[in-house]
Design a protein around this ligand. Sequence first.
Ligand code: 5AD
Length: 323
Amino acid sequence: MGAKVYYRGLLEFSNRCRSDCYYCGIRKSNSKVERYTLSEEEIVAVALRCAEEGYGSLMLQSGERRDEAFIASLERVVRRIKAETRSAALPNGLGLSLCVGEQSREVYERLRAAGAHRYLLRIETSSPEIFARLHPRGQSFAERVACIDTLSDLGYLVGTGVMIGLPGQTVDDLADDILFFRDHRIDMVGMGPYIPHADTPMAGCAAEYAKRKREQLHLTLKMIAAVRLALPDVNIAATTALQAIHPFGREWGIRFGANIVMPLVTPASVRKSYRLYDGKPCLDDAPGACLGCLSDRVVMTGRKVGVNEWGDAPHWMHSREAP
Ligand code: 5AD
């Protein structure tokens, strides 16, 4: 995939969520979380700053909501970002990725038409049995898979991924995860260690996690390497969770085959309210600090940042029309 590492500025624009995943810190039932949603103005302002600073791409991530007010607002934001971030350096504006959960085909179509061309929806695990243990009955594995396939049909550049080190997950399960990525035409893979959150039903995993942290880090890095070998032309993210497990986790991720990093661009005032797992890094950084810090980190690995470039996966460009 060459020397370049591409950025996706990560904007966690709302932590309101209708889902109740047993591992996740912002699950609906966690009443300790202060809920927030950034205004359209705030979101567009962050996007403009990212465009000016050379990020090339932005990822809009939130908890899952399906009400029309949420979808219509997101649609407007996507249109505005695509229109307002065009410049000589970015003739097609910021590359936009969305990560807002399971939606109907019609909603995915609307958001694609508004200008988002990438979508991240993790399968979490390709094992239906493990998936069922991690989610309440209303959240089904089959529906998650159907959403991923719909996104692909609609021409999105589709990202998925799994958590590594889940209770009961074996190396065979992880191998099956890679086959899942292959069989579902996945263009982008984001994987990270599972990290327990104290205010979730899986908080009891914390002791075991503390004992096996190093092993988890190694397993995640080996997964990145294995995916890179099995699927040479997909994008692979060195995720924030990797850095949460080790101070240089993301650098290791890049060395093992990742080519995407996601600098946090969420305003500092709400960062602490978007905690999916304990020990999330960068919570106290000043806005913009993540850019310089990450550039240094990328350079330390001997690679360079693709400034003002979208860096779409060749896997997608080979298989579909450009946006
Ligand atoms: N540990 C690691 N990753 C987590 N995610 C959610 N909760 C955790 C956790 N406790 C991941 C899920 C989700 C993504 C946005 O964050 O894989 O899809």
